[in-house]
Design a protein around this ligand. Sequence first.
Ligand SMILES: Nc1ncnc2c1ncn2[C@@H]1O[C@H](COP(=O)(O)OP(=O)(O)OP(=O)(O)O)[C@@H](O)[C@H]1O
Ligand SMILES: [Mg+2]
Length: 456
Amino acid sequence: MRPASIFRLSAVRLALTFAGLLALVVAAVFGLLYWQLTSDLEDQLQVRVLERINFLIANAEKHGLPRLIEVIENEAKAVRLEDAIYLLTDASGTKLAGNIDSAPEFPQWGTLAGADLPGAASAAAHETYMSIWSEKPWGHLLVGMSARDSQDAKASLWDAMMLGLSATVGLAFAIGGLAAWRAQRRIDAIAGTLNSISHGKLSARVAVTGQGDDLDRVSVNLNRTLDRLESAIERVNQTSSDIAHDLKKPIGRLRQRIESLARRADDRLQDDLLESLAEVDNIVGTFDALLSIAQIESGAQRERFADIDLEALVKEVVGIYRPVAEDTNHLIAPLPMSGTLPNIRGDKDLLVQLFANLIENAIQHCPSGTNIFVSVRRGRGRFLEAEVTDRGSGIPADEREKVFNRLYRLDKSRTTPGNGLGLAIVAAIAELHDAQVRLEDNNPGLRVIISFPVSA
Ligand SMILES: Nc1ncnc2c1ncn2[C@@H]1O[C@H](COP(=O)(O)OP(=O)(O)OP(=O)(O)O)[C@@H](O)[C@H]1O
Ligand SMILES: [Mg+2]
């Protein structure tokens, strides 16, 4: 399946939507958590800086400026520059004590980069300090503390959240994808069954998993409907073969009477009676064909299946029909033989009839002078594809299903002999052999392709 068409499947779309929504919700929750935790970390750092500066101010106010200078000098020596900065200046900005020489002034809180601080050693170059200035009559005091720990904590938090987010989203997509794939497989199976039904395989049924879910309920109802449909169609078919069967004897008697009358009648009457006899023969032909379809559909001939060289069989049929075709000025091209194709399982007489019906159709429904091509080749997978093509007027696309119905003929063929059962017989024989029949446009003309499974 092409990627674009995958996204058109409702189960896949649903799974993607849920996974996407889950990703959005998880991202929003993580974002909120991150914002809350980082602002907590900043608050904690500010509290520590405030405690420190308040202690120093209280000290100065209690013991005087010289004592503060001493405390700050000691403090500046005791801490590493990477961890904290101290600066005490007089009101004009001249440094009195501290581990940096100067710093830009700002009202209250600010973030100072180590690289911008004159007098700071290179160790501080990569640090940022959460800092506060305090202006007092006796001088200006700056205390800053490295935001490294809180930044490290923020980075770890970010990494952990990204990992969590990708794991959650990945898992959501994987589980959603798996669920979608399983649901889609079952929907495909239902679609496949309906497709087989639409191609005439009325015995196809949807597998029921026994999980009792909605798809199971749909499948059970569908199978029940198909059971009813199949038995209704079987009843109709049975009725038509019963009629054919029951009428055969009286029609046979009628035929005999007309024959004996014709023998005794004068010339004028004899012509009329012979015409009636031809009509009766046509009716008998229709009944025989209907009965033969019923017989093929019963599947009894499967018992007689043998290995068949399809190429040789088709060549034989082509050989039989070449003179018939020449009589009507049609030309059947010689069959290209590969001689290396595997056998199929089948009934020889029925397969001969299948190809005979197709070739007869090409002769009967194409104007004289039309070429007919027959071939057998290896198909895709373990299949052989036989093809009968002509360059006549073809069958319009909307009639290609209908021509397989019993007694169905195109309007343009009403005047030609025949009773519209040739392709119905072809379909029944193909079905018996598990073969698929396709009608395609040969631009111009008809292309009939039958793919037979190769014998195991
Ligand atoms: N090769 C073809 N080219 C054009 N039309 C075709 C071709 N084969 C079949 N058809 C059309 O499909 C219809 C059904 O074909 P089908 O073989 O079932 O019946 P038929 O040929 O009319 O009669 P029968 O085969 O019973 O003698 C035909 O009446 C004809 O209109
Ligand atoms: Mg026919």
